[in-house]
Design a binder for this molecule. Structure first.
Ligand SMILES: C[S@@+](CC[C@H](N)C(=O)[O-])C[C@H]1O[C@@H](n2cnc3c(N)ncnc32)[C@H](O)[C@@H]1O
Length: 249
């Protein structure tokens, strides 16, 4: 018996891995994060038990897993995007280790990748940004020391901010001194879902644009000069004069 933590991807049911889909279709027990995982991702399942974890607390989830373990049944534990990001799998893994219940993690397409694809953007353009900081707005979860927007923004690189759309005004105010009012910013709402939408602007006008669209939740904020920049150098990867192992001189 194994618990499979499966990344369901950003919403589009075709953006799950082949392995993740195969496991969803074969596991007799499915526990899925219903607030972000669409029912379409579970299509074709033959499970005897399908539970939406949005309605449960940790102990109840672990009780379900323990019961499946006692019956010798595999569990598909389905999380949105990639389970390693803001999926609260850490605490589940800790419990499973203590209980001696085996598990495996199947990665998924994260919202950041889906939003970059939708915006037709490379998040790491030569000379513009070579790092991407994945972070979140801290509401009930405290940010560890050194991870306030003020600290992260000092790097000036591409930022992908989760769980923050309802606090956009505050986020913009903290980023402004570091990125400047003309810095491009995108807010992508429900990327890859049938009703996906986005607003693209600058730090000075994004607030109005997002308010007009009415985005309230499931939106990712991407900030950085990579969003509107054609004046970057070509990478050395495909430069004709650059020889390497696979393309010797
Ligand atoms: C609890 S986190 C889960 C992140 C997920 N594990 C991942 O890898 O993308 C939820 C947040 O991720 C972002 N998010 C998840 N799915 C999204 C989507 N389809 N479009 C835009 N943002 C999304 C939003 O910021 C949302 O508030």
């Amino acid at each position: 018996m194994t618990v499979y933590f499966i990344g369901a991807g950003p919403g589009d049911p075709e953006l799950i891995t082949v392995k993740g889909q195969r496991l969803i279709r074969s596991c007799p027990v499915i526990i899925y994060a219903g607030s972000l995982v669409p029912a379409a991702v579970l299509e074709g399942h033959q499970a005897q038990q399908v539970v939406n974890s949005a309605e449960l607390h940790l102990e109840q989830i672990i009780d379900l897993i323990k019961a499946a373990h006692a019956r010798g049944q595999d569990v598909a534990r389905v999380h949105s995007g990639d389970p390693s990001l803001y999926g609260a799998i850490g605490e589940q893994i800790r419990c499973l280790r203590e209980l001696g219940i085996p598990f495996q993690i199947i990665p998924g397409v994260t919202a950041v990748a889906a939003c970059a694809a939708l915006l037709e953007t490379e998040l790491t353009l030569p000379d513009i940004a070579q790092s991407v900081i994945l972070t979140r707005y801290a509401d009930k979860t405290r940010m560890p020391a050194g991870e306030a927007f003020d600290d992260l923004a000092r790097h000036g690189t591409t930022l992908a901010i989760h769980l923050g759309v309802n606090h956009l005004e505050k986020i913009v105010a903290e980023l402004l001194p570091h990125y400047g009012a003309d810095c491009p910013i995108a807010v992508v709402h429900r990327a890859t879902w049938p009703d996906q939408d986005w607003a693209l602007g600058t730090l000075s006008d994004i607030g109005k644009k997002v308010a007009a669209k009415g985005f309230r939740r499931t939106a990712l904020i991407i900030v950085g000069r990579v969003l509107a920049n054609d004046s970057f150098s070509e990478s050395s990867l495909y430069r004709a004069s650059h020889a390497h192992l696979y393309r010797p001189e």
